[in-house]
Unconditional design. Structure first.
Length: 94
């Protein structure tokens, strides 16, 4: 009845990151240089293209976003930060 009424929208699976080969999980807080509509849209679009980012939460307070990131190793996480995340346009602070 809840499905028919539209109360239940979908179901999900909980994946074991170790079994999938992504044992490193990190939360990265991000502050944008500017909080204009164009900057927000640009940032969100760029983050959606990063395979390592599995969730992106809009925050209130000092930080604008919190990203949930998974990686194969600490070295892969470092490469993600240095070679991908820091190249996202509009990123102010991490």
């Amino acid at each position: 009845m809840l499905e028919d009424a539209g109360v239940i929208k979908s179901y999900s699976a909980v994946v074991d990151p170790d079994a999938y080969g992504l044992p490193i999980m990190a939360f990265v807080t991000v502050r944008l240089e500017r909080q204009t509509d164009a900057e927000i849209v640009s940032f969100e679009k760029a983050v959606m293209d990063l395979d390592e980012v599995v969730a992106c939460y809009l925050m209130s307070g000092r930080q604008d976003y919190m990203l949930q990131v998974f990686a194969h190793s600490l070295k892969d996480y470092e490469n993600f930060v240095r070679n991908k995340l820091t190249h996202v346009s509009g990123l102010g602070e991490m």
